[in-house]
Design a binder for this molecule. Sequence first.
Ligand code: F3S
Length: 413
Amino acid sequence: MELTVEEQSMLAGEHSRAACKAMEILVALGGIYGAEQMIPVTSVQIAGVSFDNLGEAGLEFLQEMADGGGRVRVLTTLNPAGMDVENWQALGIPADFARNQQRVLEAFACMGVQVTCTCTPYLSGNTPGFGEHIAWAESSAVCYANSVLGARTNREGGPSALAAALTGRTPAYGYHLDENRAPSVAVEVRAGVQGTHAFGALGRAIGEQLEARKLRPVPYVRGVERASLEELKSFCASLATYGGAALFHMAGITPEADRFAPEREPFFPEVEQFAPPECLTISQAEIDAAAEALDDAGEAEVDFVSLGCPHLSIDEIAHLAELLRGQAVVKEFWITTARPVKQLADRMGYTQVIEASGAKFAVDTCCVVAPIKGRFTALATDSAKACYYAYAKNKFKTRFLPFDEVVQQALKR
Ligand code: F3S
């Protein structure tokens, strides 16, 4: 790789031990993917923050980087941790786990990372602009940043994201390059899709078709008339989980879609034509089947309810407060969101209404990364991604329902 003078000096250890290690990681990564150079990044999102995932070895690596003079050079935020930093006791998190999780967060803070702990950093001030090169981990956020914001990032792992933060660089390959952002497959949606649950089911239906056909997962989706921020974050989480997609284009909705049109569309000279190897069609029946496959728990089995995968927006919390006003929940019900969004909910009076019902805010964390294996039998949620990991990580059964029906589950004996 061709490195600038500054990059060479980082690699030579002239900045800090941590910057040297970080540059070594990036050079190795660039070598694997055939990058010719580094590019500067403006924003980083680090995943793998829960002590449940990191363990003692991961924590030691972070402490070494902090002790080795590691300091971030660009805006850097964190994915959810394994607990609500302020309210972990109420969620039943063991004290020794809490101590270790705090040590993880202290190591990040020592390096200048903003310890936001959310998978929706774009709702809390880490919102890159169109065309910005960034280095994000967290598959749902990567898909959102690439597709909805039009920023450019690969799916980073925890170490490579930290390395990008400490150097302000990432190797120039993959989704940073124009040629890799072109769609590889056209997807025609022949169904009305509305709500986070339906968009999650759509993401699963498309994702599984991409996986089955081993297609490079950059779909160009047509036929979706409108999509809200909340629907898109649900779709991104699901498409990334079930189809491994880090980027999609949605005609009339995402900012780069206008650059492309499949062949045989009416010809627009300003638009790049691409020839999809295949055009997939997604019907209402396939979306319904994708949803039903995630619904394997009997109603009586549900003993855990959670909303906020990805983390809830303030509009979702406002709606939830209306649904819970004057009600009493009878099951463990976690509302997961980012700390700044929760603070706004406090000011708006939503928190008081929600907590009066018995539902619990689980800020900074989520039902997947928290250490809750063995505590519950079945989870009710509106998130297709949460269903996948509830089973894969914790062996919970799942009820996959629209947002309002999830709330009803929490109220039912
Ligand atoms: Fe976020 Fe946890 Fe879901 S990190 S996307 S709430 S699995």
